[in-house]
Ligand binder design. Structure first.
Ligand SMILES: [Zn+2]
Length: 464
């Protein structure tokens, strides 16, 4: 691989253009591109991003949609731009512009869609929903492409850009690609997903594993109707109390998930410091953590199971002395990176079947499934590590896990089985993605942009 542009040239360019891209990020954060807001807000954001990619030389950028399984996707930003040489490698750059909804009343630093810069410790953080997850990923790609375009005659690699608008809410692209892995639009030698982050500001990491996800609704029905708790309570089974006993069988006395068939995955993750973890998670003093094994094993390699919604349950908004006839719990299960979500669903069904009282009417309804990911180290892995080390001036890159899920990653991997999939980005722990006062570090954005520019530059030259 011959690097046409000098590392210093790219370094200088990324530093000099950082103010321009920081401003682009500030402007993007003002877009309320939450998944619960359909067209036109999402389309406006997609068109804005198309304009940005065109401004850095990707004249092929446009808005499209994917239709699959009777659903049409949110507007998808797509570009397919040729390199300046024949036989060049192809790199697919992925990010998403949709963001999690945000509750204004609980944000303290600023309102979710009113970006605010705060200087601290020689760095600046930008607060606002999506500043990190994942508009920083969009801006990383823009900055890297601009640096390459300005410091050489053209692109060192063929570039495909995929910026989707529904990563947070169930992606049509994910199910489409899982069913159509041969679609040439998504073929690449290297896939760069800019939607994770480092161990901490200044401590570079590649994400090696992602947990999968399974969401199911479990319904228990015991009575034909709501009845008085004094006249009938005692012998008549209340659906909520039966459900509560059933839910308690999902963990053992240590707090480990106790569903046979939900598997574990072992990997050499860097240690997760408990004090830091407790602080980030906001665990109250004196509250014990649950489960056994190292924190990294529990967070990245083992299943985690929690109730995230209840329907038909008693409510303090309308407390009444009645027995509840039917209650549904929505259960979110994080899966080991290599667990098949369909097998996990069967395991949950069997466990519920075996532990619910015989006479209770119960149903297990799948809501969504997503495969996890365990990174395959392919031919470009060394180039990826080198780019990251050079950008950060370090000798070491951590291979981290992530407890969350990005289902599209496994579909991209299935579509490109011999390719490296790079998971990196600006979402370090202080970014508090999905939470209140989400933010991104300016120094992280600059260094990750440089890492991406260095990587693409290092891939210049013919494929073989
Ligand atoms: Zn994301």
């Amino acid at each position: 691989m011959t690097a046409v542009t000098s590392e210093e040239g790219l370094h200088d360019h990324v530093r000099d253009s950082a103010p321009e891209f920081w401003q682009a990020l500030i402007d993007l954060v003002k877009h309320k591109s939450t998944a619960d807001r359909p067209d036109p807000p999402l389309r406006t954001t997609a068109e804005t991003i198309v304009g940005l990619f065109r401004s850095v030389g990707l004249s092929s950028a446009g808005v499209t949609t994917i239709t699959h399984g009777g659903k049409t996707s949110a507007p998808l930003v797509y570009a397919d731009q040729r390199a300046d040489t024949d036989d060049a490698r192809t790199v697919l750059l992925y990010a998403h512009y949709d963001v999690q909804p945000a509750d204004e009343s609980t944000w303290q630093v600023t309102k979710p869609f009113v970006p605010k810069e705060v200087a601290a410790g020689g760095d600046t953080r930008l607060y606002g929903r999506g500043a990190a997850d994942d508009k920083s990923g969009v801006v990383m790609h823009l900055g890297a492409l601009k640096a390459l375009r300005d410091t050489r005659s053209g692109l060192p690699v063929n570039v495909k850009v995929v910026v989707e608008g529904e990563e947070e809410s169930g992606s049509v692209l994910d199910s489409y690609l899982a069913d159509n892995p041969g679609d040439p639009r998504f073929k690449a030698d290297l896939v760069v997903v800019a939607d994770t982050g480092n161990l901490a500001v200044g401590l570079p990491a590649l994400t090696s594993t992602l947990r999968g996800i399974l969401v199911v609704d479990v319904t228990v029905r015991t009575l034909a109707k709501e009845v008085h708790s004094g006249m009938y309570g005692g012998p008549a089974p209340d659906a909520f109390m039966v459900l509560a006993r059933l839910l308690s069988t999902l963990h053992d006395a240590n707090g480990d998930v106790a569903v046979p068939g939900l598997t574990r995955f072992e990997h050499d993750w860097p240690a997760v410091p408990e004090e830091q973890y407790r602080e980030n998670a906001g665990v109250e003093p004196g509250v014990d953590l649950v489960g056994t094994g190292t924190l990294a094993q529990r967070l990245f390699g083992r299943p985690a199971l929690n109730v995230v919604g209840l329907r038909g349950a008693p409510s303090m908004d309308r407390p009444a002395n009645v027995l509840h006839p039917e209650v549904t719990a929505r259960i979110s299960v994080r899966l080991a990176p290599n667990q098949d979500p369909d097998a996990a669903l069967r395991a949950i069904e069997e466990h519920i079947g075996a532990n619910a009282p015989e006479a209770v009417v119960r149903e297990v309804e799948p809501v969504s499934l997503g495969q996890g990911f365990a990174a395959y180290r392919g031919p470009y892995h060394a180039a990826v590590e080198t780019a990251l080390k050079t950008a950060y001036g370090t000798d070491d890159v951590a291979h981290a896990g992530q407890g969350g899920s990005i289902p599209l990653v496994s579909a991209l991997h299935a579509a490109n089985p011999g390719s490296d999939i790079v998971l990196w980005g600006c979402e370090e722990p202080l970014a508090n993605i999905h939470g209140d006062d989400e933010s991104v570090s300016r120094s992280e954005l600059e260094r990750m942009t440089l890492a991406e520019a260095l990587l693409l530059n290092a891939l210049a030259g013919p494929r073989r």
